[in-house]
Design a binder for this molecule. Sequence first.
Ligand code: AR6
Length: 208
Amino acid sequence: ASARSATCTYSSAIRADDNARARARIPGLIAMPLHLRAICADITTLALDAIVNAANSSLLGGGGVDGAIHRAAGPELLRECRLLDGCRVGDAKLTRGHRLPARHVIHSVGPVWQDGRHGEPELLASCYRRCIEVAAAAGLSSIAFPGISTGAYGYPVELAAPIAVTSVRTAAPLHPGLTDVVFCCYSEQHLAIYQRLLDGCDTDSDAR
Ligand code: AR6
């Protein structure tokens, strides 16, 4: 793992109305800060509540990060995935982490890049939003994302990364229990793109 990383801290009270909705759901809630970070690492090494898998619709394994996660988690992960009846593009499903240091895996299926005019941006945004929703519904507080669709599925990273960051910035503040979101890059080139995006983020004070 690289020592290089970018960090950005938000209040989870990004907008007054979002915060009011969150507080209405959880009486007595004290809003926790939300940390967004980009790091360069092998996602299978991260000991968080959940890591996200860039899977395919079968949820029965594949190459890339999917292959790495299944190898590190052991055969029990495939056994659990067989019970899930697959997953639609843009959706996400939760399993345990088995032999991974992460407690859970959230399997999400990104779109295959065609030309950007076949719903790819909306489907990719949906992946990030659904992962956040699934994590929050399970009461998880920390989650790491790989660059969904940016490998075998061919989504250009310079187009995918802003969607990833914007989606998370929109969805995560609605779930105050979620406090740490990591964008786990697998190259310095991808990390630099995320760093630029996170460096351009609002600070606590002007995000309110
Ligand atoms: N840790 C973090 N990121 C990784 C790792 C890792 N260990 N390995 C690869 N990446 P891909 P996709 C990055 O191809 O494009 C599979 O066969 C990689 O550099 O894993 O969504 C599935 O079964 C890239 O930036 O996923 C599907 O069939 C990103 O993870 C298909 O590939 C995603 O690359 C999904 O394609």
